[in-house]
Each structure stands twice: as C-alpha cells, then as structure tokens.
Design a binder for this molecule. Structure first.
Ligand code: URP
Ligand code: ZN
Ligand code: ZN
Ligand code: ZN
Length: 482
C-alpha cells in the first residue's frame, strides 16, 4: 500500500498528514496515515513524515466525507413559503454533520428553460458553500425543446441526473411524459430519479378525508398510504423497463415498495434504491403531536410504523438499498412562511412537505447501524458516500479514501455520546424531528479538498471554499454504444 510522491524543492512532502487513525472505505478497514498534498490524497501508509501539519487521529475513524445526494436547499416553494436553508446554512449544517458534498435540486418551473433555472440556482450557490455541491435537475415540463435539446445539452455540461415526480400537482408527470423523459435519459446516459406516489389516488383520499372534516397533520399520512407508494414504485420500474433505462427509486418508506425494487433486481433490472433516516426513526404517530406539532413531521412519503422501520432496516442490512440520504427539506415550524403559515396552521394540505436532516443523517446511521451492530463500517461508508459518488458520476474523485481522490475526510470519534438538540445544530430551521434522540459517534474534524473546515467541532473554514462539481455519467447509466 502507499505511493510516496517526491516533494518539490523547498516545500513539505505533504500539506497535511492524518496520522494514527483507522481508515475505512467501502471495501476495507485498516490502520494508515493519510498524506495530503494540493487537496488530493497522495499517500496511504504507516509512519508518514514531512508534513506541514499533522492531525493525530489515534482512536478515531478516518472516513470519506459524507455525500448527501438528496437535499433541498433554497428551493422555490410557492404560496409564500420559504425554505429555511440557503446554501450558506444548508452546507454549513451538512459539513457539521460529516458531509463534504451535497446534491440539491435545481427545479425547472413549468415553461422555464433549463438554462434559466440553472443560471438562477448557480447564482444562489456561488460563493456561499461550505461543502462541494452539484445539482440534479427536476424536470416538470418535458416539452419537445426540453427533451430534444435542452436536457441533452445540460447532460453534456455535467448535469447528469434529474428527478421526476409522480405526485404534487405542480410537478407530476403523466405516464406518457415519464416514458418520453426516460427515453431522453436513455439516449444521453443521464440517470433518472423518481418520486413514486400516485397523485390521483392521493387526490381521491384527500377529497374523502377532508370531506369528512379531517384537516389535521396526521391526515397527510392517512391520505398517502403504503399502497399509493407501492403502486407508483411498481409503475416507475415498469416504465423504466419499457424504455430500458436504469432508475433511482428515491426515499423508499416501506417494505412493499422495497420488495418491488428487490423483485425487479432479481429480474436483472438496474434499479438503485434510496431510503432516509425518517423511515427508520419516525412513525405516523409523530404527525399526531399536540398543538399542530405533527406539522413538524409532514413529509412525503410519510413516516410509517414500527413494522415498516424493521422492513427498511432489513433493506439496509441486505443491500436492497444502495443509498442512505437525508431528503433534507427544511421549513421553519413556528413561522408564517413555514409549517405554521396562515393556511397550514388549519389545514394539512397547506403544510409544506419536508423535514430537516442533513446534519443528523450520518450520526443516526452510525449510531443505530454501526454501533448497534446492524451494519459494518464499510457498508456505512458505501451507503453514505461511495455509492452516492458512483451513482451520480463523482467516483473516484469523491466518495473514497484512495491515492488520487480529493482529500474529503471526516474524522469520527466513535465513542462521543450526545443527545440530538436542535440548539446545537447549524441549519436555519427552528427544530429537529430527531430532538432528544441519543446517538453515539460524532464527526469532529472535517477536511474538504485538504483544507480543515471544522476542527474539533469548531468552524474554521470559510464560506465559499465549497465548489461546484460538474459530473460525469453515472456508473449505473451509460448510453448505448452503437
Ligand atoms: O416531503 C418531502 N420529501 N419533500 C421534499 C420533496 C421531495 O419529494 O423529495
Ligand atoms: Zn421526492
Ligand atoms: Zn381527523
Ligand atoms: Zn426530496
């Protein structure tokens, strides 16, 4: 192991050495020092010397920085609702949570050119990031111009993944539109992410339950039962099979939808499965909190029950899920422009969907997964970093600890014990859905491209060091070669 670079005259061999730690990748766990020069890992080995700075990581895990490939930041939300996090607070929170790269969504509004959406979204991110970022597109208006020219041009420019929705009136595509959009993905090698819930079935249930006078937050969950997610998951996978294209099924909440993925995989279909902390830690009962506090837990798909939590753990343990993402989608609770907006405080239909979680994702899986023996450290690294990089065209630059990879590193203290308190988090929401949950393990020092950004829990890096990353094609989706 190890590949020692020759120092340039008059300079240190390494800018930084992380010494004496236990390195973990998706494949291995081993003792090694990590030598870093010009933002890149240049050596792995024992006893590395000649560094301008050395961090002693004895008793610590040295992990690839987390990649959260499903976050919502500074996203336009309509109806006077404002997302709590901009790029500054969202990436700061991500960094403190153990992440060095996040992938938020650039939404195409209906009728909008993709180029316009991208330019506007870049303007929000530029100079404001504490982590590296890259954007997925959301295609809400798959016109001929979008599918024929704009999307292929965007893919060529490094926007190599996009999300489509089967729910939400403003975003949903019908089956014909889904097929046409997936076909553009097939031609270009872009990867499609699908939000699977049947909007017509939800509308039917919403009309029924609101007609009976049920307007409280829990009705959000009642009107989005497992079957509407299962059906849409089956349909998305089937439509992808018609087109012959891989898909990512995002934020899977339950065993039945998960089994659709497992069955399709068993037939040889290239399906990537993603799940999120809310489906391990929360239940539908959380939406019944007193004084409309259930609004804090309104997200789609909704959290389910204990039995479904067990099913999702099984999917994590057995490899049905490749990706563990936060789906961080923060709205303030006690705020006229958030969960308790003037309409939302009386009617669940106006409570913005989504919950914060970019800072707590890794600690929850580390504590509940690794420390409780459900998964090992390589699987943790795979599900929180490596698989995200491979799925979204960032590997091997990102997502691993290897010579030649960016020096994006999280130094974890596996023994640190704490209780999640929103007051100690770094986002701009006013609550955490995980308040009061005890976790073991903490990312204490964060390094982004060789630069120490958080040292022993204190912010030392600068806003704006985080860069935008154009991406290559997914390892899962390569265009036809003929
Ligand atoms: O409720 C959620 N998850 N809102 C975020 C948007 C999405 O569908 O991922
Ligand atoms: Zn979604
Ligand atoms: Zn009711
Ligand atoms: Zn989302």
């Amino acid at each position: 192991m190890g590949c020692i670079a020759r120092p340039a005259k008059g300079s240190s061999m390494y800018d930084l050495v992380i010494a004496n730690g236990t390195v973990a990748t998706a494949a291995d766990v081993y003792r090694a020092d990590v030598g870093i020069k010009d933002g890149v890992i240049v050596a792995l080995g024992r006893g590395l010397t000649g560094a301008a700075e050395t961090i002693d990581a004895a008793g610590r895990y040295v992990l690839p920085g987390g990649i959260d490939s499903h976050v919502h930041i500074a996203q336009p939300s309509g109806e006077g609702i404002v997302m709590a996090d901009d790029f500054e607070s969202g990436t700061r929170s991500a960094l403190f949570g153990g992440n060095t790269t996040v992938l938020p969504f650039c939404i195409q509004e209906k009728g909008e050119a993709l180029r316009t959406a991208l330019t506007d979204y870049h303007a929000k991110a530029a100079g404001n990031c504490y982590t590296d970022v890259s954007f997925h597109l959301v295609i809400s208006d798959p016109s001929e111009a979008v599918l024929g020219q704009e999307l292929p041009a965007a893919v060529a420019d490094g926007y190599t993944s996009f999300k489509i929705f089967m729910t939400y009136e403003a975003l949903r595509l019908n089956d014909a539109e889904i097929l046409a959009t997936m076909d553009t993905a097939r031609r270009t090698g872009a990867l499609v992410m699908v939000h699977c819930e049947n909007e017509d079935a939800i509308r039917f249930l919403v009309d029924k339950f609101t007609g009976e006078g049920h307007l409280e937050p829990r009705t959000h969950a009642t009107t989005r039962p497992v079957v509407v997610e299962r059906e849409a998951t089956h349909r998305a996978i089937s439509l992808a099979e018609v087109v012959d294209v891989p898909v990512v099924i995002v934020h899977v909440s339950n065993g039945a939808a998960m089994e659709e993925i497992a069955r399709a995989r068993a037939r040889g279909r290239p399906i990537v499965g993603e799940t999120c902390p809310q489906y391990l830690m929360l239940t539908e009962d959380d939406l019944s909190g007193m004084d409309w506090e259930g609004a804090k837990f309104v997200c789609s798909p909704p959290p389910r029950d204990k039995a479904e939590q067990t099913n999702i753990w099984r999917g994590i343990e057995t490899g049905i899920f490749d990706l563990f993402s936060s789906d961080h989608c923060p709205f303030r609770y006690d705020d006229d422009r958030g969960k308790l907006n003037p309409k939302g405080r009386n009617d669940f239909r106006h409570i913005p969907n989504g919950i914060p979680g970019v800072e707590t994702r890794l600690s929850i899986l580390f504590s509940e997964g690794v420390m409780k023996g459900r998964i090992d450290l390589p699987r943790f690294v795979a599900m929180t970093a490596t698989n995200h990089a491979k799925t979204y065209g960032l590997y091997p630059r990102k997502g691993t600890i290897a010579v030649g990879s960016d020096a994006d590193i999280a130094i974890w203290d596996p023994d640190a014990e704490r209780v999640i308190r929103h007051a100690e988090l770094h986002d701009a929401a006013d609550y955490s859905p995980y308040e009061g949950i005890a976790v073991r393990g903490r990312p204490e020092t964060m390094i982004l491209r060789g630069k120490v950004m958080v040292r022993d829990g204190a912010l030392v890096g600068e806003k704006g060091y985080g860069a935008y990353l154009p991406r290559g094609l997914s390892d899962r989706a390569k265009p036809p070669t003929e």
